[in-house]
Design a protein. Structure first.
Length: 345
C-alpha cells in the first residue's frame, strides 16, 4: 500500500491504558511504513536517473519522454529513410541513363521517317523514358521546382547533358541531408527538453518527500520531549506527595500513642485508671506517717493520711482533646494538617 501525505496527516494513535503516551507498537509500525515509502521513492528516483542517462547516451527518448514526441521522432526517422531510399533509386537510374548515353547512335542528319521525325539509324531506336526514372523521382525530391529532366536527344529537352543531371542530383542530396539533419536536431532538442522536465519532476517529488518526512519526525520528537517532561513532573509530584503523607501519618500516630486506654471493668468494680507516660506514680506513705504519740503509756492514735486526688491524665492526647473540645478522636485540625504538609491534599 502506497503511503500518501494524507495518510501521514490523518494518522491517529490509540492511547494506552494505565499509562500515558501512545502505543509503541503502532508508532513503530507507522515509522516502518514511512521508512519503506521513503526508500521506494529514493529507488524510483535512482531508476529515473539511470533511464535518463541511458536515453542521453543512446540519443532516444526514455520512459519519461512524452508519447507524441516519440511518435514524431519515429515519423521523422521514417521520412529520412524513405528519402534516402528514393535518393538511392535516383542515383541508380542516373547511372543507368549514363550507360545508355554511352551507346553509339546515328548522326543527326540521318533519313527522315514518316511525319518528319528522325528515324532509326543503324538499327538503333530511341526508346521511351525509363518508368520511375529520374524524370519521375527528381521533381518529388526537389519539391516540384522546374520541369522534369528528360533523356538527352529526346523531344522537348534540347541541350540536356549529364552535368545538369548530376548537378540536380547533388542539389537533391544536399537538400535531403539538410532535411535529415534538421529532423535529428529537432528530435534531440525535444528529447533533451523531456529529460530535463522528467529530472525536474523527480527532484521536486524527492524534495517534497524528504521535507514531509523531516516534518513528521520533528513533530514526533516534540511529542516525545513533551511526554518526558510530563512524566518527570508526575514523578516529582509523587515523591512530594509520599513525603507529606508520611509526615502526616507519623503525626497522627504520635497523637494516638498519647491517648489513654479505656479502664477494664472487672468483677470487683472499675480498676484504677492507668497512668499516662508523662505522669509519675504517687509516692507511698511511710509506715510511721499518720501515727501520733499522745504520751507515755498512751496508745498511738491514727491520723488520717492525706488523700491523693487522682485527676485526669495529663498527656499529649489529653491536652489535644481539651484544646479541640471533643473526645478521643484523632486530631484532624486544619492547622495541624498544614504543619504536616497535607493541607493541599
Amino acid at each position: 500500500m502506497a503511503l500518501t501525505p494524507q495518510d501521514v496527516q490523518n494518522k491517529v494513535f490509540s492511547p494506552t491504558r494505565f499509562r500515558t503516551g501512545y502505543n509503541e507498537d503502532e508508532v513503530d509500525t507507522f515509522l516502518d511504513e514511512v521508512e519503506a515509502e521513503l526508500t521506494r521513492l529514493l529507488d524510483e528516483s535512482s531508476d529515473l536517473r539511470r533511464q535518463l542517462d541511458e536515453a542521453r547516451r543512446s540519443g532516444g527518448g526514455g520512459p519519461g519522454v512524452p508519447a507524441h514526441l516519440i511518435e514524431e521522432n519515429q515519423q521523422l526517422r521514417r521520412q529520412l529513410e524513405e528519402t534516402r531510399r528514393h535518393l538511392g533509386q535516383a542515383q541508380a537510374q542516373v547511372a543507368q541513363a549514363s550507360r545508355e548515353r554511352q551507346a553509339p547512335v546515328g548522326p543527326p542528319g540521318g533519313p527522315v521517317g514518316p511525319g518528319g521525325q528522325a528515324g532509326p539509324v543503324g538499327g538503333q531506336q530511341a526508346g521511351p523514358p525509363v518508368p520511375g526514372g529520374p524524370t519521375a523521382v527528381m521533381p518529388a525530391l526537389v519539391g516540384g521546382g522546374g520541369q522534369a529532366p528528360v533523356r538527352p536527344g529526346a523531344p522537348g529537352a534540347p541541350g540536356q547533358t549529364d552535368a545538369d543531371i548530376e548537378q540536380r542530383v547533388a542539389r537533391t542530396l544536399v537538400l535531403a541531408q539538410r532535411t535529415a539533419d534538421e529532423a535529428l536536431r529537432e528530435a534531440r532538442a525535444e528529447s533533451e527538453r523531456a529529460r530535463r522536465e522528467a529530472r525536474a519532476d523527480a527532484d521536486r517529488i524527492i524534495g517534497e518527500a524528504r521535507a514531509h518526512v523531516a516534518e513528521q519526525l520533528g513533530g514526533l520528537e516534540d511529542d516525545k520531549r513533551r511526554l518526558e517532561s510530563q512524566v518527570e513532573q508526575l514523578r516529582a509530584f509523587e515523591r512530594e506527595y509520599r513525603t507529606r503523607l508520611r509526615a502526616y501519618l507519623e503525626m497522627q500516630l504520635r497523637d494516638l500513642d498519647g491517648m489513654p486506654t479505656q479502664p477494664a471493668v472487672g468483677p470487683g468494680g472499675p480498676s484504677r485508671p492507668g497512668l499516662n507516660p508523662g505522669q509519675s506514680a504517687p509516692t507511698p506513705v511511710p509506715a510511721n506517717v499518720g501515727m501520733q504519740n499522745t504520751g507515755p503509756g498512751q496508745p498511738a492514735q491514727h491520723l488520717a493520711a492525706p488523700a491523693f486526688q487522682t485527676g485526669p491524665p495529663i498527656g499529649a492526647g489529653a491536652l489535644a482533646r481539651e484544646a479541640n473540645g471533643h473526645n478521643g478522636r484523632p486530631d484532624l485540625d486544619p492547622g495541624r494538617r498544614e504543619a504536616a504538609g497535607m493541607q493541599e491534599f
